[in-house]
Design a protein around this ligand. Structure first.
Ligand SMILES: [Zn+2]
Length: 619
């Protein structure tokens, strides 16, 4: 064993440096963080300790005649192999597992790749073993350490951000997305509880759109519609293909960057990770939701082992979340702090700053002063809802349970509101150089007719706030009834910047004084293909008082029709009573579906696999 104790820490240095280098290369938009190397080092050191026993046994078999000493290169090679092989094996198998499960492992491909890797590894091993022979392992190891560390450090240099001429004065643009925020729980939308005093103050200086819908009910899809000004069917992304394809739609960040804006994005959830392509056009894309070490190859193996262990041993699970240090969200305070540092940077150019705040999203775990909104409750339901350890299968939620969940949700909104109010105070909006567009990517079911979370297209799940504060405030605020949609975000902000809207954009400029007339009786669409089962897919057409919902695909398609004037909650299906309306709207919906056939329908991404590992089922 003693012959391996020197190679162990040295190999951990080399592997950690290489791992950090790979992470840095794969995510050049991340701010370099030297802690990445040190964290990775401890993970690799741990792997080395685990590898000691099998490495020693291997050496015993290989060197029957004499005991290898630390000077032998073979000791180093054997230990290295035992440290790297599990991580590489996991990486190959992981490539073939997806959100839909482990079906990829049922084919020959992953096992063929594994066999190929084993063969190549063996050939390489033999070659190195023969070349190095019995030379001292210290020399090649020292050389490898120096090379790996230098490369890793060189890659960790911060990118140079060139300063440019500011050009004519143009407003700064702030896009503030409060994830999972339904409008009717906010004071500017008539809610009587003290959930959002800060937003109420912003509303007093803003245009308040009273009839705003999200473009989708899935975070990624909906945000992409906001940034590109097109419906999900047009940009093509959905749960199983979370990729931004610039050939299908142009991101506002790309347009503004080309126009001399500096652009920054600060997101609170891994669902909006830069690797999806959403970082396109952003100078800074801050998606560091988890500690940097979570991106290393070494940690990916640890993470999946954690998940597996938690599946097998209930004691290792906590409210359906088996993961230690890894989460899919980060607190709004951290996100806003980084965003503030970006807008305050000494740079004469106007800025575009996109902020996603994930705080109101499930699980509902208020920790701040908002808890005062939570009324006394003794029941069995908590903020983890159906994934809670306390959840009993078959239990029927009672009205007081639903009220408690809504209290927790509102308390989270309250605390987020306070964070945002402080952030906006720091922006000095009264100077008149910044426009603010605040909205949400979807709403949230809080128990209405058994509707929870946001995996359906019910009114509470698609009605979102939309506040537009122009650079010159609108004293007293103004309520605008024009029908608005998430796809209007991009053309509205571009218009405020005085920039032409690219061809193909489907949204409208909400800052247009004539918007009530222009939007009039416009068609609005919600596309929801964000489910594992196509039978849960929805397409929704809104026009005037009518809402037509198509659910499912192929022969299992069914339609429902809602009259929102008579039934604003949208739970009473009246398709039988209005055959003419049903026929007319159905024809339009089908015609559009025909045009959109060929919308991408498959493909998996690393994010999908990551979500699967998180037990994510379409939030
Ligand atoms: Zn969301």
């Amino acid at each position: 064993m003693s012959s391996l104790l020197l190679p162990l820490p040295v190999l951990a240095v080399v592997l950690a440096a290489l791992d950090a280098l790979l992470v840095r290369t794969a995510q050049p938009w991340r701010t370099p963080d030297v802690r990445l190397f040190f964290h990775a080092y401890f993970v690799w050191l741990f792997f080395g300790l685990v590898a000691l026993a099998p490495a020693r046994a291997t050496l015993a078999v290989l060197d029957r005649r004499r005991t290898a000493t630390v000077r032998d290169a073979r000791c180093w090679l054997v230990l290295l192999t035992w440290m790297v092989a599990p991580v590489a094996t996991h990486a190959i198998l992981d490539r073939h597992t997806t959100l839909v499960g482990f079906s990829g492992l049922g084919t020959l491909r992953p096992w063929g790749e594994l066999a190929l890797m084993g063969l190549l590894g063996w050939v390489l091993w033999r070659l190195l073993d023969r070349t190095l022979g019995r030379v001292s392992g210290i020399f090649p190891a020292t050389a490898a350490t120096v090379v790996a560390l230098s490369a890793s450090l060189a890659a960790a240099r911060a990118p140079d951000l060139a300063l440019a001429d500011s050009g004519p004065a143009r407003p700064n643009l702030l896009l503030l997305v409060w994830d999972t925020t339904r409008s009717d729980r906010l004071q500017p939308y008539g809610h009587e509880r003290e959930t959002s005093p800060g937003l109420a103050r912003l509303a007093e200086e803003s245009l308040v759109f009273t009839d705003a819908l999200s473009a989708s009910t899935f975070t990624f899809t909906s945000h992409l519609s906001m940034l590109t000004g097109v419906t999900p069917n047009t940009h093509g992304a959905h749960l199983l293909d979370m990729t931004y394809d610039p050939a299908r739609a142009t991101s506002i960040a790309e347009v503004l960057k080309a126009q001399g804006y500096r652009t920054g994005a600060f997101v609170g959830t891994d669902v909006l990770a830069g690797r999806t392509g959403m970082r396109a056009g952003f100078d800074v894309y801050d998606d560091a939701v988890d500690p940097a070490v979570c991106d290393t190859w070494a940690w990916r193996l640890v993470h999946d082992l954690q998940s597996l262990a938690a599946k097998l041993v209930p004691a290792l699970r906590l409210n359906g979340r088996p993961h230690w240090i890894q989460d899919f969200q980060r607190p709004g305070g951290e996100v806003l702090e980084n965003a503030l540092a970006f807008v305050r940077r000494d740079d004469p150019r106007p800025w575009f700053c996109f902020v996603n705040l994930y705080d109101a999203h499930w699980p509902y775990l208020p920790e701040g002063p908002g808890r005062e909104l939570v009324r006394p409750y003794e029941g069995p339901v908590d903020g983890f809802l159906f994934r809670s350890d306390r959840w009993e299968e078959g239990y029927e939620i009672q009205p007081e349970d639903a009220r408690h969940v809504a209290d927790l949700y509102e308390a989270e909104i309250h605390d987020l509101d306070q964070l945002v109010a402080d952030f906006l105070d720091d922006l000095d909006l009264e100077l008149g150089s910044t426009a603010v567009l605040m909205t949400s990517d979807h709403g949230e079911g809080l128990g209405e007719h058994g509707t929870w979370n946001h995996d359906d297209v019910r009114e509470p799940q698609v009605r979102v706030p939309l506040l537009l504060r122009l650079p010159a405030a609108n004293p007293g605020g103004r309520r605008v009834e024009a029908p608005a949609s998430g796809i209007d975000v991009m053309p509205t902000l571009l218009s405020l910047a005085g920039v032409a809207v690219p061809d193909g954009v489907e949204g409208l400029d909400l800052s247009n004084p004539e918007i009530e007339t222009i939007a009039g009786e416009r068609e609005r669409w919600i596309d929801d293909r964000d489910h594992l089962d196509a039978d849960d897919h929805h397409t929704v057409l809104y026009e005037g008082p009518w809402k037509l919902v198509r659910q499912g695909v192929g022969e299992r398609v069914r339609y429902s029709l809602f009259d929102l004037e008579a039934d604003p909650t949208g739970f009473e299906d009246v398709h039988g009573a209005h055959p003419d309306v049903l026929a007319a709207l159905t024809a339009r919906l089908e015609a559009r579906a025909g045009r959109d056939e060929g919308v991408s329908s498959g493909g998996e991404t690393g994010s999908a696999a990551a979500l699967k590992a998180l037990g994510y089922t379409g939030d």
